[in-house]
Ligand binder design. Sequence first.
Ligand code: ZN
Length: 394
Amino acid sequence: MPLRTTSTLLHHLPHHLLFAASLCAFSIGCGKEETAVVPQPKPKPPSRVSDTDLQKYKPNETGAIMVLMYHRIETDEPDNDLNRKPASFRKDLKLLRDGGYHPVTALELVTNTMEVPIGKTPVVITFDDALPSQFKIITGRDGKPHIDPNCAAGIMETFHTEFPEWPTKATFFVLPKAGRNGEPFGQAGMAAMKFEYLAKKGYEIANHTATHDNLRGASSEKIQSELASAVRAIKQISPSAGMQTLALPYGKLPREDSAQKYLISGSSGGITYANKAVFLAAWRPILSPVTRNDKKFSEGGTFSVFNPYRLERIKADAREAKLPGTFEYWLKYFQKNPTSRYVSDGMKDVVAVPASSESAVDVVRLKMQGKRLQVYGGGDGASGGGAGGDLSVE
Ligand SMILES: [Zn+2]
């Protein structure tokens, strides 16, 4: 296919080719990563980050990760806590890429299956409520349907075309048509096509309940009914929708501890569900999925500990750029404090950690994820502070 800009592509491709083109772009990105990252099944010494790479990139896979929360991407509304103008969202992507970030999905984060190039920091972009401005189909001048270049999906596709190493990855916490909710993404009869597109491109489709009711005072029955019927309704639209993570409406956890376990798993009306993580709407970056989740470790509290059942998210809101809690604030924070952010070692089966951060690692969690720890730069005299002093725990 000849090289064209995405907006050209989106405007001129016949509808049936739109998805073929998407698939094509997706498989190219994937193929590259697979050859670079997946180890061959032949006898081999354990993977290990080279001393040169340790010194050059200073990986730290215990560091903090931002999970960003977006709602509307509307042109006609100023930037605020629930809206980001298309131009501002484009700028966010640019700032992230320029700042050395790399997108992953919420599911990849919580299962620690992120594929992040060496030296880069993962970031999760999330969208709530399946709103129209997140994914809009428009009729082009050719009379055929195309993705609106100003909706979130269109902006991310264009960005990926411009910067192919930035994959089309984000998590959509969607709502089915139920209660007060309209059609997912707002256009009648188009939800299946949109979900299919998102899944093929590598986006995650995830649970945000069925009716968006506040679960604060919800009974265990109500919680199970909300989550199971959302799974049923969304999978009816698109069987490939993952629905393996959950964002709570209004960020509200159920008040009763006994009810909270039903956020993780349960069943209702013959449908069983299981969530690998629950996301709130709070204000802090979260620590890496290999880090400890205990009271002692949470002291200090700059970042949220990695408790997969209450993970915090960050909103973009320029009006509060100076307050902890916004994307604007944390972006600057990590510029000033680069050692506190997660920096990838580029290897899927290795967790490279500077000796000064070794105590943050939860070794049991790391083993369950099938990872190997590589500690480097210890000041124990063995290495003189260099990378040669790494210790490994099998
Ligand atoms: Zn919501």
